[in-house]
Design a protein around this ligand. Structure first.
Ligand SMILES: Cc1ncc(COP(=O)(O)O)c(C=O)c1O
Length: 374
């Protein structure tokens, strides 16, 4: 079986630089919020053009920290797409708020900005206060941040961009990190910029929020560790992971180019036989996934045919959140979520990583074409 994501190929490329970075941390022993954490945060902020980057223990915690910093909680509604990874809605529930699920755009799989106003109406009918929207830049593609901002403004909604899958992607030639009021990302190993464990970060231009986030990740500390001014969490990016990420960030721009080249090659070779991913003008993707659509009853057979050729596929996401056992009790915004339901039945992702070589990709392309022709 060829790998779906080849973390080991990147490890081979980085080689000794990672070992040396880890050895430096083992030398100074500042495992929590050591110098590499501060250095990495500065590089992260510079990379995406945000004023502040505050790292933490995961992409999920990054979302929780922002919601906590904004004081979002019981009685508040948080609008999010149904077609996403569960963490996007999980964090609303974790802070005591109510997620309201809205639909996504058929072509981009990202939140349909036109669904935001109807969801605000739904929240109000339920006696909830609509407070925030969490757009997701799904599979690496930037959401339509201009349309989202325009839809949120009349309702004074806080925009928390969940860029867990899309750090490095651009909207109108600007990297994600500066759209909305705060942006979060994940360094889970399989993410485009991943570490060797769990990690996450929040990017924001709001200095006051950055200060609150730094306090919250350290048990709500005030002037020092034993001054507790708010209820917080223990959520730091390990110094070892920051040291690894400093090395990985150096090759990340090059990897983004490689991912885009590979994705374009897929689209050129498959565009005549299947629906390939759309990248609207003014947006770019870092291709966390390369996802095609194979209509309902053919998808299982398609996946089995590829598996027989030693080619793995994955379905992100087979069940939209509004149908999940843990989330089906939460409301769906007016207008419904028909596209999310349809996508869940049709999407299938092909192997995608920066080190996918042309002969291997050609094998995948040939297998996809023959499975579709069968
Ligand atoms: C869209 C989305 N949001 C949030 C997360 C949570 O990130 P983490 O796994 O680092 O907690 C993920 C990734 O797993 C994700 O894909």
């Amino acid at each position: 079986m060829i790998p779906f994501i080849d973390v080991a190929a990147q490890r081979r490329r980085l080689g000794g630089s990672i070992d040396a970075a880890i050895a430096r941390v083992l030398g100074h022993c500042q495992f929590i919020l050591g110098p590499e954490v501060r250095a990495f945060e500065a590089e992260l902020a510079a990379f995406c053009g945000a004023k502040h980057a505050v790292s933490c223990a995961s992409g999920t915690d990054a979302l929780v920290l922002v919601l906590r910093a904004k004081g979002i909680g019981p009685g508040d509604a948080v609008i999010c797409p149904s077609f996403t990874f569960c963490a996007t809605a999980e964090v609303a529930v974790l802070v005591g708020a109510t997620p309201i699920f809205v639909d996504v755009d058929e072509a981009t799989f990202n939140i349909d900005a036109k669904a935001i106003a109807p969801a605000v109406a739904t929240a109000k009918k339920l006696g909830l206060t609509p407070k925030a929207v969490i757009p997701v830049d799904l599979f690496g593609l930037a959401a339509d941040h201009a349309a989202i901002a325009a839809a949120c403004k009349p309702h004074d909604l806080f925009i928390l961009d969940d860029a867990a899958q899309a750090f490095g992607a651009t909207f109108n030639n600007r990297r994600l990190g500066g759209f909305g009021h705060a942006t979060t990302t994940s360094f889970f190993p399989a993410k485009p910029l991943g570490c060797y464990g769990d990690g996450g970060a929040v990017m924001t231009d709001d200095a006051e929020m950055a200060d609150i986030l730094r306090s919250l990740r350290m048990h709500g500390q005030g002037s020092d560790r034993y001054d507790n001014v708010r209820i917080g969490l223990a959520s730091r990016l390990d110094t070892i992971q920051a040291a690894i990420l400093i090395e990985k960030l150096k090759i990340f721009p090059d990897e983004i180019v490689a991912r885009d080249r590979i994705a374009r090659r897929y689209s050129e070779a498959l565009g005549d036989v299947v629906t390939t991913p759309a990248v609207p003008a003014g947006m770019s993707s870092v291709w966390a996934q390369y996802t095609i659509r194979v209509s309902g009853n053919r998808r299982d057979k398609f996946a089995a045919a590829l598996k027989a050729e030693g080619i793995p596929t994955a379905i992100y996401y087979p069940i939209p959140l509004h149908r999940q056992q843990a989330y089906k009790q939460y409301p769906v915004g007016e207008g419904g979520v028909a596209v999310s339901d349809r996508l869940a039945g049709e999407v299938i992702s092909l192997p995608m990583h920066a080190y996918l070589d042309e002969p291997t990709q050609d094998r995948i392309i040939a297998a996809v074409r023959s499975a579709l022709a069968a």
